[in-house]
Design a protein around this ligand. Structure first.
Ligand SMILES: C[S@@+](CC[C@H](N)C(=O)[O-])C[C@H]1O[C@@H](n2cnc3c(N)ncnc32)[C@H](O)[C@@H]1O
Length: 230
């Protein structure tokens, strides 16, 4: 869907989940239960393996939610700029009082930065909230915001070729068709890996790595990651 229903969804969810645990605030849940501390630690270790960050890095955490990844980057990098559309989730991040973090409340489609502002960009569990057409513009802009040699990690992308691994029960499939009939998709936009790979080349990335998630990650059966080098 290319309208603003997801914006409203996340603004509402951010407001309603202020007293929930941190993982529920960003809906990192499986069968409605938030992931536990060990699984989160493992998620960070997996990210670190593919996406190294160090003291010289200026990081953009786009669609940062309540700043779970921002907090991790803040202790390892020079600066972190964290953008999200939910003021309530950003407020949770601000309460972390991280001195090298700047926050910006904005739609990712409207955010603008000078060329070469960052050496690392993370877009995790969020590409699905825009459509294919909008993602062309966003990937182009993220390429501009990165310095030469900089890295973009797009994580947790719903894989169109494995959609039925997610809609894997009769109940889920009914939900899928009922929503689609009403013009909605339950998850958001599903992307074909080869489509995103070709888009990344078109946008000027010099190295494109499509990454399978470790099977112990909760969404590995229907999501994938990408690491792009500017
Ligand atoms: C599933 S959460 C992931 C948050 C964070 N990246 C993480 O993995 O912990 C998705 C986030 O994307 C944000 N979001 C959705 N659409 C957005 C948009 N168009 N612009 C900016 N943020 C958006 C939501 O507010 C929410 O915080």
């Amino acid at each position: 869907m290319s309208d603003d229903r997801w914006l409203q969804f996340w603004r509402d969810h951010g407001r309603k989940s202020r007293s929930a645990d941190e993982q529920t605030q960003v809906l990192r849940t499986f069968n409605k239960a938030p992931i536990d501390a060990d699984r989160w630690e493992f998620t960070l270790e997996e990210l670190e393996r593919a996406f190294p960050v160090d003291r010289d890095d200026d990081v953009l955490d786009l669609c940062c939610g309540n700043g779970l990844f921002t907090a991790y980057f803040a202790s390892r990098s020079r600066t972190v700029t964290s953008v999200d559309v939910s003021p309530d989730l950003l407020q949770v991040l601000k309460q972390r009082n991280l001195p090298n973090v700047t926050t910006l409340c904005s739609d990712m489609r409207a955010a603008e930065f000078q060329d070469g502002s960052f050496s690392r960009i993370l877009l995790y569990a969020a590409l699905q909230y825009i459509d294919e057409q909008e993602s062309i513009e966003l990937v182009k802009r993220m390429a501009r915001w990165l310095r030469p040699g900089g890295l973009l990690f797009i994580g947790d992308v719903p894989d169109r070729t494995r959609m039925w691994a997610f809609y894997n029960t009769e109940e889920r499939r009914s939900l899928y068709f009922e929503n689609l009939a009403a013009g909605r998709e339950v998850v958001g936009t599903w992307f074909e890996p080869v489509w995103l790979s070709n888009l990344s080349a078109y946008c000027g990335f010099t190295k494109i790595e499509m990454l399978s998630q470790h099977p112990d990650l909760i969404y590995a059966h229907f999501r994938f990651d990408m690491l792009l080098t500017r």
